[in-house]
Design a protein around this ligand. Sequence first.
Ligand code: UD1
Length: 402
Amino acid sequence: MRARRHHHDTLARKQALAGMTDAPLAIMTVFGTRPEAVKMAPVIQALRARPGEFRPITVVTAQHREMLDQVLRLFHIMPDHDLNVMQPEQSLAEITVRALEGLDRVLREVRPALVLVQGDASSTFVGALAAFYHSLPIGHIEAGLRTSNKYHPFPEEMNRRMTTSLADLHFAPTAWARDNLLREAIPRDAIYVTGNTVIDALRQVAAAGPFPPEAGLPDLDGRFLLVETHRRENWGDPQRQICLALRDLLDRFADLRLIFSVHRNPVVRRVVYGVMEGHPRALLMEPPDYGPFVQLMTRATLILTDSGGIQEEAPALGTPVLVLRQTTERPEGVAAGTVRLVGTDRERIVVEVSHLLTDQDAYRRMATAVNPYGDGQASRRIVEAIRYFFGRSSTRPEEFGT
Ligand code: UD1
């Protein structure tokens, strides 16, 4: 078994090395949603920093339009190809088909040495599939996250599993993610434990300092809950239960405010505005830019979310997170004690939040800054792994966490 796995890896690498010259390698990054953009940006910057070795080509599916553009502006990224696939209330099949056709057109024109995808969105899986159809090597950033439940999160769990089966280089953020991949018989040589690039992005943005009043941030004094939800498995009743719990909490704590970053998805907006609009201490805001959002996360008393990225960012900022889902593919924050899974039951949410707002010791235990997801060096390790893969360096990068 071991010998065969090794053979598989050397084959992928041999093919990549065949016909290599000293010319800069064209590395294509493909992404389409806000979180992919945040996590891909530091990798693009690290590739750009070696112009003699790499020629980065950026392709955005623009599965998200406005939310993606914000991040592109922040990190000074001008896409080389923009497929502009977003449509109002798009179905999963529509995103998939439109992005696949668009990528196929681009790949017929440009033949990169490697295609990089990130995470678990539809753009991730479709990017890998399009590259596979063109027999190109594929690198998957943030590989190996798993819940073991096909429908939670939906469709992300399957997006990442399908991307794993297509990829040649697997950039696992943590040792836990690496072990998941090993259990699925991914060759050890093809896995690099890098840390999550979200910490690279977070550090860069935090270093830019506090945001000026023009950033449109509300008053951040006093206690407030910061909320962000968008998961498909929470559409409809679970989302409604969450909003009702938030109303209960505002009624119970007279000093408490709510800042809700309402995702642009109209399915989410209808429910959130329906239940919450008009409450004097509930601020429903358009998704802020990433920089100001980091500031909101830093200043929040508690964060309630079904987002994956926020579960990685908040522990580094020392803000406790209650996850509005049944499962998480990111158990490291739970193990570290800064993240707790609470689900979407109205009563349970009220109980959990009330406890943290009244018991100072319990709150303090959760509000300790820990950093299980990265050390700010993930993009450097990814670029070093790419250099190694293409024979431009003789050593593998050191693993994150060792
Ligand atoms: C997508 C990803 C999810 C990721 C999330 C982060 C998939 C299947 N889902 O979910 O993994 O966690 O992004 O936000 O890939 N819209 C806009 N403007 C925008 C963005 C969205 O108007 O800038 C609206 C559009 O009407 C779109 C809808 O939101 O149809 C939903 O977007 P979609 O990409 O289908 O799924 P998300 O729920 O955002």
